[in-house]
Design a protein. Sequence first.
Length: 416
Amino acid sequence: MSIFDSKSKLTLLALAMSVALTGCLGGSGGSNGSGDGSGSGSTAGSTGGGSTGGGSTGGGSSVVQLHDETWDLGNDRLLGLARHGSGSDTITILKGTPKDGQDGDIFSVRSAAPDSTVLAEIKNIDNLNDTMDYADVDTMEDYVVLCQDGSNTSGYTAAASLQIFKRDDPSKVVTFDLTGLDAYGRFEMRDCHSIDARFTGGTSTAYEAVIYTVGNSMMTSGSPMTNNDRVVRTRLTIDKTVDVDASGAIALKSGATDNAENLYKASGADELAGIAANNYGVYFTLNDSVNSETSLLFMNPNPTTPTISTVTTTETDAFTGLEQMMRISDIAVIESSDYDLIYMTSNYGDTGIVMAAYDRSGVKPARTFAKSTDTLTERCEDRLVLKYNGNVGDKMWCHDATDKGNILELNSPVYP
């Protein structure tokens, strides 16, 4: 693992880099790196007619929200948030609701079409006798991916699983148990902290997809028989011309070794959280239980042995300013040929968006964890999602901490 000491490099290079970094991280750099370097312009994009740039909602216009009209305040909880669509955006959420008198909760997948602000139900799952919760949702065009926790209960152990269905035919589901092999033996993922699902190309009858899962695992053979957090990858081929439950419609990609290919295994009681992939790799966070530090890691998963780089490390919680590890629940990334901008939220009662920035070439120093000062970002918690191939200043969405059950639409902020 290469350790990138961003704090010391920033101290040495602050004067030399300040103008260049402003140009790279402001403006419309985004996924194609084509920003004009002005550090202005698209960062003041509109949300419901009001600018969110410069740390204010501006203009006095109303804020755009997507509403779950069935939300039970104090009872329901938001578990996942996703979007799909390259030209327009369909927003999808996963929520959980406890129900008295039964073992499991009720889970609802709900979506708002581009021309609607109402999150309407597309699938309901009543876990009447099932205590294994659903934990996250993602979308790949019209395909919805759910991750359901497994179980560590003795006598009732079960692997976490990915469940895939089409939003226009939610009754047909295909399931992949997250089991795999590492150097020590077989393992099962037992819970899902977060997932990231994406199509990677192909033809209509053989479209390739990859799903990254971060969560806790248990060794089921070999030695030692331990629990560890992991990042795993599921590589699939999907025939988009047939129903998902048709024979061979969704199958492991040729060359894939397991449903859950091991990419990274945390040590001891270290915790992994949040995951976001782009065309070059995967970002996730590591909480080091020994040193009480939070690190943002970047992994290139393509080689036989994935390579890991540390983007930035801190002993200070950027959400609160306290000396403690951060509790990251979700990550999203804007890809750029210059700097990747990484956005993070928490579900531990800490609101706001924490950001970092990383030059994958390693030429420029990384930007350390910093909390956005944009007014609307102060309302974000739990989950967030970015516009497809978005630039800085384009739309993003998050759970509204000030108005639970609503998804807040805002503009992705510049690095503070």
